[in-house]
Design a protein around this ligand. Structure first.
Ligand code: CP
Ligand code: NVA
Length: 303
């Protein structure tokens, strides 16, 4: 039966570790995996803009011996010219997998039902699993483990935060999530992550106070306004500025590294000087997008 990757929510710690190990293996021995997608085609469908996800899938698929067809949303949401289910069923007639970046998680669920080939979530309103896998690969490379490491996410509780919580819970990585009031994570997703964390002993703490991040190994930032959020920056800037990830915060928390999924907004959610500093893991994360996604495709397409 075909397997999708819409979220890691229904994964086991063992499966999550196995996927992370596969990403390490593919990164270390790319030539051993250069034919795993030979003769296969992947359609990548984007309702929202992308730099990292689009390019890392395209080049990554090429390195696995496969071929990617990029489709943008042709100026609007996917549904309109035809229903999402019909679009997915058509794509599955030709493609071996569908990668999709969409506004609504519901669209991915429809794709999953209608498509006989695997569907991979390349970001939706609720989750960004490919990002989380690359991020924990980065943590693993830096610390030699994910179990017992503490990551503190500071900013808007969003799709990236949700996937970090879920995957982190499975990998035994402790999470501190610090948000301004009114910008907390989805309560159901946090509750689910806490349930998953019972299997690994990982802790999850939510706070509105940045001092909750004291003692963290890694600080993580993301944009204050996710794609599709039309709130004017001026309306939230004063509220978010105390949550800026900067050198003073790195000093007060004692964290060794800073992470950001990018695109980053210099001197808003993170200072430009910190991005450029030796504490920054941003480019390692970006590189690891490709290795993580290649592990996902290798696993789904050889299932
Ligand atoms: N981090 C990430 O998903 O970047 P893009 O939006 O550029 O793909
Ligand atoms: N939270 C951000 C992530 C971008 C990669 C967004 O959804 O726009």
């Amino acid at each position: 039966m075909k397997q999708d990757l819409l979220t890691f929510s229904n994964w086991t710690p063992e499966a999550m570790h196995k996927l992370l190990n596969l990403a390490v293996e593919i990164k270390q021995s790319p030539s051993s995996y250069s034919n795993v997608l030979a003769g296969k085609s992947v359609v990548a469908l984007f309702e929202k803009p992308s730099l990292r996800t689009r390019v890392s899938f395209d080049i990554g698929i090429n390195r696995l011996g496969g071929h990617m067809v990029y489709l943008d949303s042709q100026g609007g949401k996917l549904a309109g010219r035809e229903d999402a289910v019909d679009m997915a069923a058509n794509l599955a007639c030709w493609a071996d997998a569908i990668v999709a970046r969409v506004f609504s998680h519901n669209t991915l669920e429809q794709f999953s039902l209608a498509s006989k080939v695997p569907v991979v979530n390349a970001l939706c309103d609720k989750y960004h699993p490919c990002q989380a896998l690359a991020d924990y690969l980065t943590v693993f490379e830096r610390f030699g483990k994910t179990q017992g490491i503490t990551m503190a996410y500071i900013g808007d509780g969003n799709n990236v935060t949700h996937s970090l919580l879920i995957a982190g819970a499975l990998l035994g990585c402790n999470q501190v999530v610090v948000t301004p009031e009114g910008h907390e994570c989805d309560a159901e997703i946090v509750a689910h992550a806490k349930k998953l964390a019972e299997q690994t002993g990982a802790t999850i703490v939510e706070s509105h106070d940045v001092s909750a991040a004291n003692g963290a190994d890694v600080i993580y930032a993301d944009t204050w306004l996710s794609m599709g959020d039309e709130t004017p920056l001026a309306d939230i800037k004063a509220k978010f500025m105390p949550y800026q990830v900067n050198e003073a915060l790195m000093e007060s928390t004692g964290a060794s590294y800073v992470m950001h999924c990018q695109p980053a907004h210099r001197d808003l959610e993170i200072t430009g000087s910190l991005i450029d500093s030796d504490k920054s893991l941003l480019m390692q994360q970006a590189e690891n997008r490709m290795h993580g996604q290649n592990a996902i495709l290798t696993q789904l397409l050889s299932a």
